[in-house]
Design a protein around this ligand. Structure first.
Ligand SMILES: Nc1ncnc2c1ncn2[C@@H]1O[C@H](COP(=O)(O)OP(=O)(O)O)[C@@H](O)[C@H]1O
Ligand SMILES: [Mg+2]
Length: 379
């Protein structure tokens, strides 16, 4: 069950196009909170939760999510709680918001990092998860650069410090608010030279491809229908069911998409030889002769100008990979909580329970198969 918490204090605005805020919540934890009226669209809140559910069935290191109830008085009395559009500034919308549990919990408030320079990348303990995350991003058509935060796991001095990578910012999975799957090779990649350097074929991604093939998506759909606030997808249960049906069908294409990505970005996969046949590929529906033609064409898919304007991922050529990792200041993104209190801790927020309607098959609130979900969607 996704935890529900109440927001108590807004600490600061975070970087990024959704203009999220770092908030202290009723369970004593810090969350990066995205609001319903964020500039990227309301559906990205649903995307974050769906992506987290899907990533966890593939056993990928996704951050813990929560549904954060933000009371209108907290917004009214906090200057920072605004969303800036090009033409105006509006208050954040009160109500149920998406929260990503901050990876530096109190009382230590250690720094976490958005980027690590190339030489520190070897200190990331779970760097072996990156190929699995690529499987996930190709499957879900994440139309953004893969974003990770790096959490220090010990207190050693600079070059010896160890890190753990956590997946964040999954709002542009399923092509953001569009809920379709454009298959652009350019997106969903973590652009760092050593990210995929040990990948030597689809065999390196086999554990995740196997989990993907075996995943029971109907269980995830049921959780999504029950636990995601329905206003995040404008109560359009049919669209949600259709999304899962597409995800189900797309499982077969993922091996193919990975090979196309390898062909489009050979510099990112130095250990992956081009072969016409792979046992893993054969098991996951790859047809060798279909691959070649589409790969290079799709490398140059233009970025979505709207998303770029809102601060989404910039276009980075492979030749700029090193520049990217060094240019970004490896900076502290969290500050210790200030002592001052907002005075809103006692605000009691009416809990809006999200109750899903009964599906026609499989008992109350449950769909037992994706076929049933599709029937529900077409009713
Ligand atoms: N779980 C988390 N723990 C720590 N920092 C986070 C977490 N989630 C997001 N952040 C930080 O907040 C920033 C904004 O979050 P992100 O999900 O990338 O939003 P946006 O869609 O606006 O880019 C990230 O760049 C990262 O620095
Ligand atoms: Mg981001």
């Amino acid at each position: 069950m996704i935890p529900h918490v109440r927001a108590l204090e807004c600490i600061r605005r975070m970087c990024g196009g959704s203009q999220s805020k770092l908030m202290r919540c009723s369970d004593g934890e810090l969350y990066v909170v995205k609001f319903q009226n964020n500039p990227q669209g309301i559906r990205i809140l649903a995307n974050e939760v769906i992506a987290a559910l899907l990533a966890s069935i593939l056993r990928l290191p996704v951050g813990q999510t929560a549904i954060v109830d933000v009371h209108r008085d907290l917004i009214r009395f906090t200057d920072k709680m605004i969303i800036e559009y090009p033409e105006c500034r509006v208050p954040c919308r009160a109500g149920l918001c998406f929260g990503s549990l901050c990876e530096t919990p109190p009382p230590f408030y250690r720094a976490v990092y958005d980027f690590l320079p190339e030489e520190l990348f070897a200190n990331v303990a779970n760097v072996s998860d990156l190929p699995g995350i690529l499987v996930f991003d190709k499957w879900t058509s994440n139309m953004d650069n893969r974003q990770l935060v790096f959490v220090p796991t010990d207190d050693q001095a600079g070059p010896y410090r160890q890190y753990r990578a956590v997946m964040v910012d999954n709002g542009h999975c399923f092509n953001g608010t569009k809920w379709n799957f454009p298959d652009a090779m350019r997106w969903g990649i973590y652009f760092q030279r050593s990210a995929y350097k040990t990948v030597n074929g689809l065999e390196s991604m086999e554990p995740w491809l196997e989990r993907l093939a075996a995943a029971r998506l109907e269980d995830v759909l049921n959780r999504a229908l029950e636990e995601i606030p329905s206003e995040w997808y404008r109560c359009n249960r049919k669209a949600l069911c259709r999304l899962f049906a597409k995800l189900d069908t797309r499982r077969k294409c993922v091996g193919d998409l990975l090979i196309q990505t390898r062909r489009a970005y050979p510099e990112l996969f130095p250990a992956w030889p081009l072969r016409s046949y792979s046992h893993v590929g054969a098991r996951h529906g790859v047809e060798p002769r279909r691959i070649r033609s589409r790969a290079l064409a799709s490398r140059s898919v233009p970025p979505d100008p709207k998303r770029q304007a809102s601060g989404g991922g910039a276009v980075i050529g492979a030749d700029q990979l090193d520049a990217l990792s060094y240019a970004h200041v490896v900076g502290r993104i969290l500050h210790p909580l200030r002592d001052e209190q907002t005075g809103h801790d006692q605000v009691s927020v009416p809990r809006e329970r999200v109750v899903s309607q009964a599906a026609p098959t499989g008992g109350p609130n449950q769909v037992t198969t994706l076929d049933a979900a599709l029937k529900l969607a077409s009713n």
